[in-house]
Design a protein around this ligand. Structure first.
Ligand SMILES: Cc1cc2nc3c(=O)[nH]c(=O)nc-3n(C[C@H](O)[C@H](O)[C@H](O)COP(=O)(O)OP(=O)(O)OC[C@H]3O[C@@H](n4cnc5c(N)ncnc54)[C@H](O)[C@@H]3O)c2cc1C
Length: 460
């Protein structure tokens, strides 16, 4: 049977747009469907709006707290004009969304349709009730906010990443639930703008797989700027005393109480699959609703692929676009090809930043890989000293026998850019000895890699 839609891509976020373009470039007729405003999470509510607001908030904090360290004086104080920051942010993201739309509209072979798609069979579905059939499909429906089921957490207290970046007036005190990238970035944003911020997380070691010493030093750096961080919380509950809402919890045997005005819930997101009616298309999901994919990015229905946050592999933009492109290409090919597992560098855009790529030491131990590790602080790095930005640390993990670099973790100014130096080295399977031969410009933050690898190779 011939279907009018050769390839249907569901969701026009980052993964969906890359999938649609890849399939269209291979000559397929692609229908891209989108239920919401055009742009997807990264442009409209995620990476871009958060970074557009983090930047002025970080500058505000630096100017009001650190100018004197450089012998500079400011009479008075710099104040944030939050409504203006938000207007600028909105203008920027609108422009990005318009550019993305233009890119899709001018790509030959793609038809964009508005509507909410739902499967009715392995090759069929409905778009806002209108029947649609397709030969192959790519699911790229992303994720939605998830609110944890904590009894006594009242709806009117709740803020999420979907609305906190549009708050023109900040609450005086905010409880942030969740110490992942979203909680830390948005928590620091609110703190730098002047709110009293307390962040809580049930993990005792921040992130179970990262280096505890480095992770703790990173959180200490954030705390030194005003945000209070509580890890390993247990027995949590919300109470109201007088008119004040309070979050009560225990760490070890000690009880803590934090009064707050609002709660920023940043405890993770859920896959946006509820409306899709996946069983009709024979598509299996995990317990949490993520769409299972194999190493071709195929779902349990071999004619249907999936990419991006909906797969639950790692909710970051670089992986979403990579998977989108590969899934779109495989859907267009007569015989799909296996998708390589790429290195996925990730970052947290606080100040200082945190970044990581490859394996952590814990993961290496779990896989029984013998490793040689090195760790260094930014405190002796010339560039960090002259810039007065010495909060930072780096850890490198190499294979103990082959000496190939296997993983890097760091925090410090510019960590999200610095990480690419070693990501490139790791992509080409560099050993620490090969990396050691590379000259670095002095004074730079990148020199930190050279210093640590000099130590690890005993070359100085
Ligand atoms: C606050 C925040 C900050 C972030 N910052 C970063 C960052 O700095 N760096 C980074 O790498 N990642 C960041 N992320 C994560 C990043 O935004 C996501 O990993 C990425 O955008 C996922 O893209 P996607 O295409 O999989 O999903 P999405 O962009 O969510 O796209 C899914 C699309 O599918 C549509 N859709 C859903 N269901 C249907 C349906 N039934 N029919 C039709 N359309 C449908 C949705 O409307 C949506 O447009 C951040 C996330 C958040 C929340």
């Amino acid at each position: 049977m011939e279907h009018p839609h050769e390839i249907l891509v569901i969701g026009a976020g980052s993964a969906g747009r890359y999938a649609a373009r890849a399939a269209a470039l291979l000559g397929k007729k692609v229908t891209l469907v989108e239920s919401g405003p055009f742009g997807g999470l990264c442009i409209l509510k995620g990476c871009m709006p958060s970074k557009a607001l983090l930047r002025p908030a970080h500058i505000l904090y630096q100017v009001n707290h650190h100018l004197h360290e450089m012998g500079l004086r400011l009479e008075g104080k710099v104040w944030p004009d939050i409504p203006q920051m938000i207007r600028q942010k909105n203008a920027m993201i609108q422009e990005m969304a318009d550019d993305a739309l233009h890119g899709i509209e001018t790509t030959k072979g793609i038809t964009l349709k508005k509507g909410n798609f739902r499967f009715t069979g392995p090759h069929a579905g409905q778009l806002d009730g209108t029947p649609v059939t397709f030969e192959k499909a790519v699911i790229a429906t992303g994720s939605r906010i998830k609110i944890p089921a904590i009894p006594s957490l009242q709806k009117e207290w709740i803020l999420t990443s979907d609305n906190v970046l549009d708050l023109e007036e900040l609450p005086r005190s905010i409880l942030v639930m969740g110490g992942g990238p979203v909680g830390l970035e948005l928590g620091q944003y609110l703190s730098h703008l002047g709110a009293i911020v307390s962040l809580v997380d049930t993990n005792i070691n921040w992130h179970p797989q990262v280096d505890h010493t480095l992770g703790r030093a990173y959180l200490d750096a954030l705390e030194s700027q005003g945000m209070a961080i509580y890890l390993g919380i247990r027995k949590e509950e919300f109470i109201i005393r007088g008119n004040t809402p309070i979050f009560r919890f225990q760490i070890a045997d000690k009880q803590h109480e934090i009064p707050f005005d609002k709660v920023l819930v940043a405890t993770g997101r859920k896959p946006d699959t509820e409306f899709l009616n996946l069983p009709a298309a024979n598509i299996n999901t995990s317990r949490h609703g993520h769409v299972h994919v194999d190493n071709f990015l195929r779902t349990s229905n071999p004619q249907i692929y999936a990419a991006g946050d909906v797969t639950g592999i790692l909710p970051v933009l670089n992986l979403a676009t990579f998977q989108g492109e590969q899934a779109g290409r495989n859907a267009a090919l007569a015989t799909p090809v296996p998708v390589r597992a790429p290195l996925v560098p990730i970052a947290i855009f606080t100040e200082p930043e945190y970044a990581r790529v490859g394996m952590t030491e814990t993961q290496a131990h779990e896989r029984k890989i013998p490793v040689k590790t090195g760790m260094i602080s930014f405190s002796d790095l010339g560039k960090a000293i002259v810039n007065r930005q010495t909060q930072g640390g780096l850890k490198i993990i190499a294979h103990a026998k082959t000496r190939e670099i296997l993983g890097v973790e760091l925090f410090g100014t510019g960590a999200s850019d610095l990480i690419h130096t070693l990501t490139v080295a790791m992509h080409f399977h560099s050993t620490i000895d090969q990396y050691q031969e590379i000259l670095h410009i002095h004074p730079t933050f990148s020199e930190i890699f050279k210093y640590l690898i000099d130590e690890m190779t005993d070359s100085l």
